[in-house]
Ligand binder design. Structure first.
Ligand SMILES: [Zn+2]
Length: 356
């Protein structure tokens, strides 16, 4: 089985399915389809982004018990990263760790078990996770696809990631009154107003100096329409990138607004939900057991700062986690996945799905 996993993973890695190459997305899905004959394959497409939902039987059930979710898009890489290499027990290549090898495992586990299991299970293959998953996973959920529990094979080193921070992007704006730079008392300087506003903000959102499981705020950019020195600027805009923990989900926007003085206006650009599934969830417990059976170690429950497509499941009330093989170099020039852990990943998923 391991040879088969490596062979499918290699085929995926060879295709540069990056967002700059939208024509490659169908190609990578064709490879998956070839492995999945005999199943119902639903094709989805939104804004040119294709994705698949695969299951047994003719009709899609209202709710699957499990969805195995995998993204087959990758971030850009060096040319040689699209030529997979096996060396010293590792498979190197763009997407080896995030997450084409895990996708190969999910496909092969699904293929082996889906027809034998006495509950409905689906395989969901998408091609836009790296750019937000809005036209892949989220679109399928918008179209009514549901599951009791979802597993995304992201790079977690065989840990179970049950929560991730949500994202708020906003602009903070201050307005002033323009004047000649030699007569500043004639105007109102929007940048000084902004400095005052940011000092207030800093008190409520102190700068994180080390890794911390708390809501953090990054000042991302500062702009004014003023382009010269001898003028008092009458506008200033600052962009903020807030990463909030699930506990702050309900209060985060009002917390930002409350932290600022009245003269600063907030324009909300994006609010993406945090990811959260209770660590006492029955399927998390069973997955931990299955991991112990295969590796002799209890899978740790982990948190990460960046979110995945699982947040789209959480948004519609479905539980889910990220769980994938061991590797290194996510989004870097030196990305690899540990081959032994791919076999373990396969055995864990198989054991988990078979004991339900
Ligand atoms: Zn990923």
């Amino acid at each position: 089985m391991l040879d088969k996993i490596i062979s499918v993973a290699k085929k995926f890695i060879t295709i540069s399915s990056i967002k700059e190459n939208p024509r490659k997305s169908p190609d990578v899905l064709i490879i998956a389809k070839k492995e999945l004959s005999g199943f119902t394959i639903e094709d989805f497409e939104k804004e040119g982004v294709p994705s698949l939902l695969i299951y047994k039987g003719k009709a899609r059930p209202k709710r699957f018990k499990f969805i195995l979710n995998a993204h087959l898009d990758v971030v850009p890489g060096k040319k040689e990263q699209f030529k997979p290499v096996v060396k010293d027990g590792k498979l190197y290549g763009r997407g080896a760790y995030d997450m084409k090898a895990a996708a190969a495992v999910e496909i092969l586990v699904f293929k082996e078990l889906a027809k034998k299991l006495n509950y409905p299970i689906a395989l969901q293959l998408v091609t836009d996770e790296e750019i937000g998953g809005f036209n892949g996973t989220k679109y399928q959920l918008d179209k009514g696809v549901r599951s009791e529990f979802a597993i995304a094979g992201e790079s977690t080193d065989l840990g179970i990631k049950n929560q991730a921070k949500g994202v708020v992007w906003a602009k903070i704006k201050t307005k002033g009154k323009t004047a000649h730079g030699a007569y500043p008392w004639m105007g109102k300087n929007a940048i000084w107003k902004m400095i005052n506003a940011l000092n207030h903000l800093h008190k409520s959102f102190p700068e994180a100096k080390k890794e911390i499981w708390k809501t953090t705020l990054n000042l991302s950019k500062i702009e004014t329409s003023n382009s010269t020195f001898n003028k008092v600027p009458d506008d200033c805009t600052v962009g903020i990138d807030v990463r909030y923990i699930p506990d702050d989900a309900k209060t985060i926007v009002s917390k930002i607004k409350k932290a600022l003085p009245k003269e600063a206006e907030v324009e909300l650009l994006l609010k993406e939900p945090a990811q959260f599934t209770d660590k006492n969830n029955i399927y998390i417990k069973l997955l931990q057991k299955a991991t112990k059976k295969v590796t002799n170690k209890l899978a740790p429950i982990i948190v990460k700062h960046g979110a995945s497509d699982i947040r789209h499941f959480n948004r519609v009330g479905c539980d889910g986690i990220e769980f994938g093989p061991i590797g290194f170099g996510l989004h870097t020039d030196n990305e690899w996945v540990d081959i032994k852990s791919l076999e373990q990943y396969y055995l864990i998923l198989k054991s988990f799905l078979s004991t339900i």
